[in-house]
Design a protein around this ligand. Structure first.
Ligand code: UDP
Ligand code: MG
Length: 318
């Protein structure tokens, strides 16, 4: 028996015992008595405090609430991914469990989905976090992500977002990639809206991240860019580098050999010769690597019957 609702609100929780009751109360007042059915899906990411017990109490009183308990702390991305797997809503809303996102923004997210957008992203235009450790790195990161992924949003890090089920069904998350969901989803061709949302300072509990997150975001960005642009044709990126390197090596070697033959300049004591050999080798390595990657992507797609395209619908005359 598969439960079916209109809206699932997915919330990762890691040691949020002081926040969860108030969060539930706010969600309840926004969601109940509306003309859509809903569920609240908490994912307890291995909390070591009372978060789980508090949600259990809420569950006894409200059948709209579900909790998925992780065996240990797997991280926010894993928690959101589990939320997508267990959610049964046609629309999935994600938000933080620390009260920084405001449930009052949910109706506007839903309006945008009803207008036809596949993804609606929240933009914390008045972000309530410290400037140097949070807002500045995030400002730079948002610009870079925007340029590199080609998906233009002001705020990628805001967890408050809404997705149609088709979108969350078709993406797999690894590392700390939850912030890249709109970018990853853009590969399947989605329409994305961005709306300004409220953001509140964290009143209880502590933030789970520090400045070191910046580096992980950069590395994840490289992966996302690669997947977006070359996941179906890795030889085009590795092969191109390989061909460039090989040609460069060939040119240097040719000049040196020419000088050796025509002007009798000895070849053995010329450092450039080593450089030429290095480039030639690198070229061959890169091209071979590209070929290996081509084998890999065939395994990736064909072992899971994953097509390299996404169809919206198929129309025919009756
Ligand atoms: N979170 C989680 N697992 C983790 C870290 C964080 O489920 O390993 C949850 C956390 O409980 C919160 C949300 O992810 O609901 C965002 O975390 P946080 O508020 O610490 O991030 P920030 O707002 O500081 O970026
Ligand atoms: Mg927070």
């Amino acid at each position: 028996m598969e439960k079916q609702v209109d809206v699932s609100v997915v919330i990762p929780l890691y040691n949020e015992e002081e926040n969860v009751t108030k969060l539930y109360t706010e969600l309840h007042s926004v969601l109940h008595n509306k003309d859509f059915s809903y569920e609240i899906l908490f994912v307890n990411d291995g909390s070591s405090d009372k978060t789980g017990q508090i949600v259990d109490k809420i569950i006894e009183q409200d059948s709209h609430v579900t909790i998925v308990n992780f065996r240990k702390n797997f991280g926010q991305t894993a928690a959101m991914s589990a939320g997508f797997d267990y959610a049964c809503g046609e629309v999935i809303i994600t938000m933080d469990g620390d009260l920084q996102n405001d449930p009052a923004d949910i109706p506007e997210l839903l309006e945008n989905i009803n207008e036809g957008y596949d993804v609606v992203a929240g933009w914390r235009h008045k972000r309530q976090d410290s400037f140097f450790s949070r807002r500045l790195p995030s400002l730079i990161a948002n610009k870079v992500i925007s340029v590199i992924t080609g998906v233009h949003l002001h705020d990628y890090g805001c967890t408050l977002k809404a997705f149609k089920k088709e979108v969350t069904d078709n993406i797999k998350l690894y590392g700390e990639m939850h912030r890249f969901i709109p970018a990853i989803a853009s590969a399947m061709g989605v329409s994305i809206a961005e709306i300004k949302v409220n953001h509140r300072p964290r009143l209880y509990g502590t933030s789970k991240y520090g400045i070191s997150r910046t580096f992980r975001v950069i590395l994840d960005l490289i992966t996302v860019k690669f997947l977006l642009s070359y996941s179906n044709r890795p030889i085009h990126v590795f092969g191109l580098i390989g061909m460039g390197s090989f040609s460069f090596g060939t040119i240097i070697a040719a000049i040196l050999i020419f000088q050796r033959q025509i002007y009798d300049i000895p070849l053995g004591d010329r450092p450039l010769f080593l450089l030429a050999i290095l480039f030639l080798f690198m070229g061959i390595q890169f091209i071979t690597f590209g070929l290996m990657s081509e084998l890999q992507i065939r395994t990736y797609h064909e072992s899971q019957n994953k097509p390299i395209y996404f169809v919206k619908d198929v129309r025919r005359k009756e």
